[in-house]
Design a protein around this ligand. Sequence first.
Ligand SMILES: Nc1ncnc2c1ncn2[C@@H]1O[C@H](COP(=O)(O)OP(=O)(O)OP(=O)(O)O)[C@@H](O)[C@H]1O
Length: 975
Amino acid sequence: MSATPDLVRKVGMGIAPSPSPFLTPRPERRRATDNWSSTRLQDRDKEVNVQVLLRCRPLSDEEQRSNVQKGISCNEHKREVTVLQSVANKQIDRVFTFDKVFGPKSQQRSIYDQAISPIVNEVLEGFNCTVFAYGQTGTGKTYTMEGGMRNKGGDLSAEAGVIPRAVRQIFDTLEAQSADYSMKVTFLELYNEEITDLLAPDDNSRSAAVEDKQKKPISLMEDGKGCVVLRGLEEEAVYSVNEIYTLLERGAAKRRTADTLLNKRSSRSHSVFSITLHIKEAAVGDEELIKCGKLNLVDLAGSENISRSGARENRAREAGEINKSLLTLGRVINALVEHSSHIPYRDSKLTRLLRDSLGGKTKTCIIATISPSAHSLEETLSTLDYAYRAKNIKNKPEANQKMSKAILLKDLYLEIEKMKDDVRAAREKNGVYVPHERFAQDEAEKKARNEKIEQLENDLSLAEKQVDSFRELYLSEQEEKLDLQSELRDYYKDKMEAENQNMVLTFGSRLDQSLKDLHKTILGSVSQQTQQIRTMEEHFRTNLASKCDVSQALESRVNKMRETYFSGLSDLKELANMLRNKASSDLERINAAISSQAITVENFLATMVTDAEEVIGHIQSSLNEQKQFLDFSTKQQEEGLKRSLIAAQMISSATMKFFNDLNDKASQVGKILEESQNERSNQLGTFKKMFKEEAAREERAALENIAAILATVTSKKIAMVSEASRNILDSSKQENKRLLREMSNIQQVTIDAKTELSEFMEKTENHFMEDTFSIAENRTFMESFLHQCSQRVDYSRQQWRNAETSLNNLNKKSVAETQSTVKENISANHVANEEFVSVSLKADANFSARASDTLTAINDSLTQDQENKKEMDFMTALCLDQLKLIQEKHGRSISDIRSQAEKCFIKDYLVDQHTNDTPKKRIVSVLSMSSIEEMRCPAFENIAEKKSTWSHGHADSKIPRPSFSPIRTPFTDVN
Ligand SMILES: Nc1ncnc2c1ncn2[C@@H]1O[C@H](COP(=O)(O)OP(=O)(O)OP(=O)(O)O)[C@@H](O)[C@H]1O
């Protein structure tokens, strides 16, 4: 925590408030000290770009509730902001890079630590720095700059923005350094182009409406050296953090805000909070130096889309003003970026206030705030473009010159004097707060400024007029230049066309003459040529006649050859016929032998087949019988087995029944025995009981009638015992009877079972006997059948052996016959072949004699042809020589024509360079015509000369006349 600087120190420092936040430390106003001057010089001309940070706020609760889509993505690491746009279903994202990017999750503290804290350190080092927040309404400018000020305990809250944190850092640093310092703050508001002091004391007696009207306007002036002076702005000296917080809260509360659709507490004004520091440095010699730094923290009003913010009437006007001043700020930024000669600072108070921060000596940082909402993309893009352009503004920050304490004191005294004058004037004359002298000075300054402005405006309009006249002059010059150019072109063109025409005419007449000469030559050549062709025709006719003779001789020879050939051929044909007849008769004989053999084999095979079929039929029928017998025996066996099965089933069921019955009987006997036993024991029990009762009764009666009754008792006892034993005997008899009955039942069952069993055994034995008998029968039948089969097989085998021997005999016979026939044929063919060879040898000898004759004739003809060819070659060579001579002769006249044509062409080409006109083409076409004629004429002339040489044979000619010797016919001697 920083301690409040004590009063002595404040007084000791003796720093009175400076006239305005923008008038504070300026290099020009201070005297340079030795150590500092070098650093300052180093600082000079060092251009530093305006630092631009981008902050994107999170979606508000309301936006989240209504599911507003995000249209922005921030990459803090890459320092990039991407605007996600889809146009016509295509994703066209735009990416902007800034010095730092803070996404929706970034905290106030991290922004401050990363971006603002270093700026505050620069202020403590003696620089002037400005941080301003720019962005669409409701994007978090005020939140970023002010935020939540402090907690109840006076500590910074997590929500605290740049201003409270900067104040805290400054105090903490200075206190930690135990520095001697003074701090003054101002807080102003710029609303509808009017500046008001937010720290001005409240007048509680006035009503709010009156207060609004009475808000003391602050005049914005320039001191003639380019510095802005804010007259009437209170500068509060502060000594503690809490004091500043109180001031800040007071000022912030006074800011004009309104409820708009985009922000419930939308700031309708720009605000500037400035902290000016004077820090005492270590003494240099006798002099004490004071370091000055200033921090301007600007919260701009939000740019807004009036239709979206829902602003109407006064609010709309207000928004219009806000937008106007921001527009001017944009124009200033553009002009600075484009290095325009004129920067329109003066067009709004906002840009006048920020003049030194934009392109001046202040270090500047812009915090551009945007909303992540996809609904605000248009405004977001505008902010991003704005901020991105601002990155290119270059400032030349200079550390403020340190002041000596004496000079500072002098400045302050002067200031105090001025203020005293103001106070005095205020006391003496109600309502007038400016002393005469000052008023006169101000008026004079104002007049001078107005005059200067007027002068400048005049100069400007003069300059503009000059520019206009120059532009007109330039345009007329341009037009004149174009006219001249076209004239020049026309002039060249006309001149060259005339020359061309002359040249073409001359060339044409000469060409005419040359062509006439050539025409004559051609006519002469043509007549000579005709004659020459006739001579050649005659020569070729003679050649043709001799060739005809030769051909006829050849033809007769060929005919003779054909005759010889045909006679040989007919001999051969005869021989061939004879051979064919013989071969066919032989073949017929062979055929007859083979067919008789085939018939014998066929007959034999037919007998064999019937035999085999019979055997097979036997086998088949015996097999069928066997099958039937097998079926029958199978059935019999099946039936026997079935019978055995049924009998066995019957036995088992009878046995089962017998044992069941036996079991029943046994259990019945058991029961009877049990029952009789129970009955007996009951009878005995009853008897016992009766006996006891009777004995007791009798005991009693005996006591009464011992004597009388004794006899009766004994008789009764005997009667009772005999009765009881009789009863027992009866029941025993009955039981025995029952038992006997049951026993006889069992015996009966056993006897039945035995009978059944013996019956079954008997039946089974019978069946067994029957089965055994039928099986024995089957066996004997099968044995006899097999015996028959084997007999048949033996018979068949014997038959096949017979067939084999007769086939062998047949084969041997036919082979011997065929061999004798073939031998006969071979010997006959041999004789025919010998005859054929002798005939063909004869024909061959005749033919080769004729062929050698023909060959000699052909060779003779070829030799004659070669001689003729040599003569023709010689004639051709002669023709070529003549052609060369004639070409040379005419070459000269043609080169004349060509040189003339070339001259025309060259001139024309030169003209063409300038005018790019058509004559060139015309001359070239004339030239090409003459070239064609040149090519044709000598050819005719050549032939004509050669012709004359051949036909007339000039006496002085060096060319020997070719000898046309008569063509010999090589076949004449043949005939
Ligand atoms: N980074 C943030 N984190 C949380 N809340 C934020 C953030 N930024 C802005 N807000 C909230 O959004 C609302 C609007 O913010 P604020 O008033 O700062 O916008 P503004 O840009 O100053 O608007 P105006 O230009 O209209 O004055 C406020 O309720 C504020 O608390």
